[in-house]
Design a protein around this ligand. Sequence first.
Ligand code: SF4
Length: 96
Amino acid sequence: MECTTNRAGAHCGFMSKNGCTYVAGACFEIVEKCEGCDRIAETEAGRFCAVYPYPEMKWQRGVCNFATHVKPELPRTDQGATLNPLKAAKRASRGR
Ligand code: SF4
């Protein structure tokens, strides 16, 4: 449905006929780490993320996976080569 709170007019999955169903009844503003991202939506109510209602939470476990301005760091070997994260997880589960 169309948002009637912070991002008025934008389509949002959290909107219902009874209003915003997200935690605080509206989405949260972007955080400093979001600066430079193409997904920032500026509205009269402030600056919000166009794809996620709680940007601060997206940065709590590293780089936001929706970010357009930052790429996540790939794990590296002792020699400096990048590791395939899937293969690294497989190796770790085998205990090597
Ligand atoms: S996609 Fe991530 S980095 Fe970009 S504005 Fe949204 S929360 Fe911030």
